[in-house]
Design a protein around this ligand. Structure first.
Ligand code: PMP
Length: 420
């Protein structure tokens, strides 16, 4: 009954949105297409998130070897021997859980050191850790904004930012994706209000990057701070891996620096770096920080090692970018629609049919390729896609083998290059 009640609120105007509950719960839950589509989500991996791993469920049934193009483990740090060893040693020393919220008993020496190291890495006064990236954005936005304020976000910002705005009671408005003129116009409309602009470094569904210099010019002209979510750009962009701010040489113009530990860092968690006063304030006002258990100390110790390994030289980043170039050139030669991507996140946009998306995912899995289908409402219904996350751990052979499968099971059926 609870489900029936809440589902009535969801009506998506898309007849093919199999995973989007319509008003009629009984029809939806019994629809065999829902069962089929759901089986392509939450498929269990049986080994580490390396490119060569094992998967079950979906169309596979039993566990089978696959090439994994889905994990956020961009630099391979989740399985890096030094990182794993740091985690193992800390696990033996500290035990499994933090057993308390950070403000109470959940802060260990590891948390203090990682916060200091991240702040130094980002060239900021201070840093605070959250137990997830989602919780980090949620808490930081909720803490920074108040009723009467206006949060101005890029239209493609992550759900955690949107939810933070809702919790804060501030008004939330979006500007056209990456469009400085639209940002200017939006900020002008709310002149006199306390405002904050939020953009992302790399956009997670499209793999394009924020036009930071142009957007910052607008923010500066309006004297409004910019909050930058570097979830997918931390350790990936910039000469030292500090992110897109470093890449564009604009770090000192960014008001709040946000990052996650769940992507290139290879672990889990979120962090916010900024002025001491901002961090001190957020520790008292970000509810997801105050009312949630701190990160496990072993994960924190591992993240310190990830930071050290990824910043000691550029080896992993250079390997990642070489792989991105290799993959992009293979996929481009097939005539696939890769959208606006310029980063390690590469969408293959296949169009408007949810049924076709699942059929293509099935065909890929049958050939031993694990591709993540992304359906409406995560993306617009005309641009259903697969999303490839390139990793530094892919070998040239992995990339060529995966590309051959993509050509056979996606490019050819879509009538692109090589079609019979
Ligand atoms: N911000 C962005 C831009 C993201 O893509 C994500 C997750 N994909 C998050 C925040 C949330 O991070 P986490 O998965 O670490 O909770």
């Amino acid at each position: 009954d609870i489900l029936k009640f809440s589902l009535a609120d969801f009506t998506y105007n898309d007849s093919e949105a199999v995973l989007s509950p319509p008003g009629d719960f009984d029809t939806w839950i019994q629809d065999p297409r829902v069962g089929l589509a759901m089986s392509f989500f939450e498929q269990p991996l049986h080994k580490s998130p390396r490119p060569r791993t094992e998967l079950s469920g979906g169309h596979l049934g039993e566990r089978r070897p696959v090439i994994n193009l889905t994990s956020y483990n961009y630099l391979g740090l989740s399985t890096h021997p030094e990182v794993v060893q740091a985690a193992a040693q800390a696990l033996m020393h500290y035990g499994v859980g933090a057993s308390g919220a950070a403000m109470l008993s959940g802060t260990f020496d590891q948390h203090v050191k990682l916060s200091e190291e991240l702040a130094a890495f980002k060239g900021q006064d201070a840093c605070m850790l959250f137990s997830s990236g989602y919780g980090g954005n949620l808490g930081a936005i909720q803490g920074l904004m108040q009723k009467g304020d206006v949060l101005v976000i890029d239209s493609k910002c992550h759900r955690s930012v949107v939810d933070g705005a809702t919790l804060s009671g501030a008004k939330m408005v979006s500007f056209a994706h990456n469009d400085a003129a639209s940002l200017d116009e939006t900020l002008s409309r709310y002149q006199g209000k306390r405002r904050l602009v939020v953009v992302e470094g790399v956009y997670s569904m499209d793999g394009d990057t924020a036009d930071l210099p142009a957007l910052l010019d607008v923010c500066d002209a309006h004297d409004v701070p910019l909050y930058l979510d570097e979830a997918h750009s931390s350790l990936v962009y910039g000469e030292s891996g500090r992110g897109l701010g470093e890449h564009f040489g604009v770090e000192d113009r960014i008001g709040v620096h946000f990052g996650t530990l769940s992507k290139a860092f290879g672990g889990v968690g979120g962090f916010v770096c900024g002025e001491e006063s901002i961090i001190r304030y957020l520790k008292c006002y970000a509810a997801s920080f105050q009312f949630s258990c701190a990160l496990p100390p072993a994960i924190v110790a591992a993240m310190r090692k990830s930071l050290e390994v990824a910043t000691r030289d550029n080896t992993l980043r250079e390997k990642l970018w070489a792989n991105v170039r290799h993959f992009r050139s293979n996929l481009g030669a097939m005539g696939l629609d890769l959208g606006e991507s310029t980063s390690q996140v590469i969408p293959i946009i296949v169009g408007s049919s949810g049924q076709q998306l699942i059929e293509l995912a099935m065909a890929a899995q049958e050939r031993g390729l694990y591709l993540q289908p992304i359906d409406f409402p995560a993306v617009e219904s005309h641009s259903r896609r697969f999303r490839i996350s390139v990793s530094a751990q892919l070998t040239a052979e992995d990339i060529d083998e995966a590309s051959n499968i993509i050509e056979d099971v996606i490019a050819k059926p879509l009538g692109l290059v090589g079609a019979a």
